[in-house]
Design a protein around this ligand. Structure first.
Ligand code: T1G
Length: 693
């Protein structure tokens, strides 16, 4: 056996125990140990074999850290073939989350026992893969086409009871899994139970199955636009009914390898580790304990404050929502209630759940009610003077160890902290609208923010279901700072000849959730307009980058909120409609600035906007504002609708090649604008040295 796998003969049972923390991933050591154990069990006096795992979970999948490295035998499909054809009865004992190759291992056993609290799933699609060890062939045979489609294309696990109903497991254990699984195996032997093999089941597709498959294909073409793994999963499911098991396995292998070699899988695997890395703060010793947060105060009952209140209340944290007047507070509470009414209508929450959540939210117009808050988050008007006044008041009211956070998008955390006598307790917690929906939380550390306060904000972010990313202090932090050159290039492409519709379509076809101009309409063009009013002409930059936006706001076209911006919007469907009046405004700006329209290709649009992001991201890295390139990728995939299957701006540009980036940006320097396209030294230098960012 290996360190990760032990085998013992216990009476008439052979027991294989896997122990490979933290999640019993199917590393080379686990695969080798299991193969040896199965060989031993085949030859000894055991009448059945039970596979158990130590630690917190059954096998949670192939070892993703081994991907991209030369594979070492025994390969998982071969191990599972050995298991499938084993001469003894085989029983998997599942606890925690049996996922991916872990669940495929269980499916290759004759019987499966799961603890009631366990979940099973095939999440490979979230890594741009498909179950590559027989899962696509065994699942339809055991549970039917519909379950196979749902399980493999959603990638979401299902609880043991549901798996039992669907025929994916055979018995739910209530208390001691090992004891109950061993007793279950002994009973199978006593009953001379048959060696049931999923691989021996013949599956035929009926008409409704065929309809399900074609419906799944068209739904996935929309829902996972541009992603290849979901369609390949459907191909495998079709093969499970059209081919015999061995031919189906072969087809699965071909399509699995196609996924493994697809840049989309490299991107999604990058994101898997990037999300986890973002939670780690290199500069803070892991011994620093985050403070316990049970009571939170939120100042500002507007859209952001209300959304933030929902995040905390849903996590079971008491919220005191403060605003200046009873009307404002009442309006804020009713907006929260309206949001939850929609969730109840859509079946996402029950009425009882909503009542329990709402009971966590108190409202008040008195700051004094925040005296015992563990954390206070300010979400008032985006004006530094107003924020400083709020923090000065909090300084006199809040308890000494309270964390004082601002939800500001741009203001200096250091200036805000200076309004208090406790700058070490102050930092930024930048939520993204709608705060109760968007996963990203930028935790912005000020010069004086203490390690405990930073660790507390990061931990609270995770607790309320956010993906927290640490940012240093600069104008716009990580995400919004990168958004400026991105928006600049979108505006310049428009001035140079591309219509709003072409720009947005090009970016959405490439994978962005929403094109940049449509995003402007959604957020409100007046926000940028008001921010520009506070800048000098020099600070505003090239007038071509904001001429049209200014004209639209001056014409009362603020975006969706006013029914028109870069587009008109259907009042019923909110569908965006290209508007010739906007083309006229663009033309007049071109004339005023002496710009002759030209054809701008979709490829140029995409390259300019994405390289603008990555180039600014590289500067953010150079300045130490972001801890690592992958943190920037997490910010863009979780806060700005960047497609996860392209891995974020920094991963994407490296996957294309930094040399390509330098070449392309040099072309833009020569043909477009020297200043806008000065290449970040980190990209230029690493391209030369062939190093990653
Ligand atoms: N391989 C290697 N490391 C893994 C891993 C895996 N499969 N899963 C988790 N880890 C590490 C993770 O990086 C972190 O490390 C630690 O374990 C705790 O993870 C052939 C090809 C199991 C639900 O996709 O969904 O099988 O940061 O922080 O929140 O068809 O991890 O501590 O150093 O996420 O309690 C399919 C992926 C693989 C499951 C636990 N399986 N993992 O969540 O802890 S492909 C998956 C998860 C496959 C076959 C195919 C979650 C979890 P560190 P964590 P958690």
């Amino acid at each position: 056996m290996t360190d990760a796998v032990s085998y013992t003969l216990e009476g008439n049972l052979g027991v294989i125990r896997v122990n490979n923390p933290p999640v019993n991933a199917l590393s080379h050591g686990v695969r080798s140990g299991m193969a040896e154990a199965l060989t031993t069990a085949a030859e000894d006096t055991s009448e059945a074999v039970v596979i158990l795992c130590e630690g917190r979970t059954f096998i949670a999948g192939a070892d993703i850290t081994e991907f991209g490295k030369p594979p070492k035998p025994p390969f998982l499909p071969d191990l599972l073939a050995q298991l499938d054809n084993h001469p003894k009865l085989t029983v998997a004992a599942i606890h925690g989350t049996a996922l991916g190759g872990g669940f495929e291992t269980a499916l290759s056993c004759n019987y499966r026992v799961a603890l009631a609290s366990a979940k099973v799933g095939l999440p490979e699609v979230k890594l741009g893969l498909l179950p590559g060890a027989g899962g696509t062939q065994r699942t339809p045979r055991l549970a039917g086409i519909a379950t196979a489609i749902d399980l493999m294309t959603s990638g979401n696990p299902i609880p043991a009871e549901a798996a039992l109903q669907k025929g994916l497991i055979d018995h739910v254990a209530r208390d001691n899994l090992a004891e109950e699984a061993i007793a279950y195996a002994k009973q199978l032997v006593a009953d001379q139970a048959p060696k049931r093999q999923a691989s021996a089941i013949t599956l035929t597709l009926n008409e409704s199955d065929r309809e399900l498959i074609s419906k799944a294909r068209s739904n996935l073409a929309k829902k996972t636009r541009g992603e290849s793994a979901p369609q390949r999963i459907i191909d495998c499911i079709e093969a499970s009914a059209e081919l015999d098991f061995d031919a189906g396995l072969k087809r699965e292998r071909e399509l699995f390898m196609a996924c493994m070699e697809d840049p989309q899988s490299a991107a999604l695997r990058h994101m898997f580790f990037a999300e986890r890395a973002a939670a780690k703060i290199d500069s803070i010793d892991t011994s620093v304990e985050p403070a316990q947060v049970q009571r939170v105060g939120i100042i500002g009952a507007g859209t952001m404050g209300g959304g933030i209140a929902m995040c905390f209340a849903q996590a079971g944290i008491q919220v005191t929502l403060i605003d200046m007047s009873d009307e404002a507070v009442t309006a804020g509470i009713s907006k929260i209630k309206a949001n939850y009414d929609i969730s109840v209508k859509r079946g996402r929450l029950s009425q009882d759940q909503v009542e329990a959540i709402m009971s966590q939210i108190k409202s008040s117009t008195h700051f004094e009610d925040l005296a015992d808050a563990d954390m206070v988050i300010e979400a008032v008007f985006e004006n530094l003077a107003v924020k400083k006044e709020v923090f000065a008041r909090l300084d006199t009211i809040c308890k000494a160890d309270a964390v004082l956070a601002s939800n500001t998008s741009y203001q200096s955390i250091d200036d805000i902290a200076a309004a208090t006598s406790r700058p070490e307790s102050v930092l930024g917690m930048h939520f993204f609208s709608p705060a109760n929906v968007m996963k990203l939380l930028e935790v912005v550390k000020g010069d004086k923010s203490s390690d405990r306060v930073i660790a507390t904000a990061m931990a609270v972010g995770k607790r309320i279901g956010k993906t927290s990313v640490l940012s240093g202090m600069c104008y716009g932090f990580i995400g919004n700072r990168m958004l400026r050159p991105y928006a600049r290039e979108a505006a310049l492409c428009m001035m140079e000849g591309a219509s709003p519709a072409q720009i947005d379509a090009a970016m959405e076809q490439w994978g962005m959730a929403m094109g940049p101009l449509a995003v402007g309409d959604l957020a409100g063009l007046d926000i940028g307009y008001k921010a520009r009013e506070q800048l000098t002409d020099e600070q505003k930059g090239d007038p071509a980058s904001y001429c049209v936006a200014d004209r639209l706001v001056q014409a009362g076209r603020l975006g969706q909120k006013s029914g028109a911006g870069y587009y008109r919007y259907d009042p019923e469907t909110r569908q965006r409609i290209a508007d010739p009046d906007v083309d006229a405004i663009i033309d007049s700006c071109r004339q005023e600035l002496g710009i002759a329209a030209r054809a701008v290709s979709d490829e140029e649009i995409v390259d300019r906007l994405i390289l603008a992001l990555a180039n600014e991201g590289a500067r953010i890295l150079e300045e130490g504002i972001a801890q690592r390139a992958s943190d920037i990728d997490v910010v863009y995939c979780y806060g700005y609708g960047f497609p996860r299957h392209r891995g974020g701006p920094m991963h994407y540009v490296q996957a294309r090649g930094l040399a390509w980036a330098v070449k392309r940006m040099t072309e833009f320097q020569q043909n477009l604008n020297q200043d806008n396209w000065s290449i970040a030294p980190l990209i230029a230098n690493n391209a030369e040295r062939g190093e990653a960012l």
